[in-house]
Design a protein around this ligand. Structure first.
Ligand code: SAM
Length: 211
């Protein structure tokens, strides 16, 4: 496994402390594909989407988990699509790398540190971000995903009703149940909506790079 690190910022230390408290209380930190499908509002079949991309691109596809925890989701993707995916996980937490190594998960690359500080050297064909970096800071993360998604690449993300980065400043609030404001934000970042589903509290999107 290739490992790279990006420097932590003050807000990441707070996030890490909360995450470690949740881990102590029994939180497992990386969902299975079944858990994601059950917990998601948009019942998207991630393996089916990735299989279509493999067939369209006729090559190994690059998959990024933008908040992978210990990386179980990526391990399952690798097992379901053997020889067809290169996997990269991103997490703030050094302990996730240790656990992933202990469990012998077959992950090609782990990036430890905030995505906002990482210098990407490749494009990704599928990004899954289930309650990962995007859920906390979508205004910062969607522009990054727009840049690193390959043309025609897809991205599955979950949005809260009000992102943490906007909660402090009500005047900046730009999302509502109004699909138009989301679509505008995505389009500005080279992304188009393929499918979405809204529970009133959270919204799941399957997006495609249209740049
Ligand atoms: C709540 S866990 C979700 C883990 C997994 N996706 C799941 O559904 O079980 C959030 C993950 O996102 C990571 N994360 C949050 N903000 C991040 C950021 N700015 N850059 C990189 N990783 C981040 C956390 O360290 C953790 O690995």
């Amino acid at each position: 496994m290739q490992v790279t690190r990006a420097p932590l910022r003050p807000q990441d230390l707070l996030h890490l402390r909360r995450e470690n408290e949740a881990i102590s209380a029994g939180y497992k930190v990386s969902r299975s594909l079944l858990d994601i499908s059950e917990r998601s509002i948009l019942k998207v079949d991630l393996i089916a989407e990735m299989t279509t991309l493999v067939n369209t691109k006729s090559r190994v596809i690059e998959v990024l988990d933008g908040g992978c925890g210990t990386g179980f989701t990526l391990e399952q993707i690798k097992l379901r699509l053997p020889g067809k995916v290169r996997t990269t996980g991103l997490t703030l937490n050094e302990q996730h790398l240790e656990a992933s190594t202990r469990y012998e998960y077959q992950i090609d690359e782990m990036i430890i540190g905030p995505i906002q500080e990482h210098k990407f050297n490749r494009q990704y064909d599928f990004i899954v971000d289930f309650l990962g970096a995007n859920f906390y800071f979508p205004m910062e993360i969607i522009p990054i995903y727009g840049k690193i998604l390959s043309l025609g690449g897809e991205c599955f993300v979950k949005f809260p009703l009000q992102p943490a980065e906007l909660a402090r400043d009500q005047s900046k609030r730009c999302f509502s149940s109004d699909l138009g404001s989301y679509a505008k934000f995505f389009n500005e970042n080279g992304l188009g909506i393929i499918q979405y589903a809204d529970s009133g509290l959270e919204t799941d999107f399957l997006l495609r790079s249209i740049k």
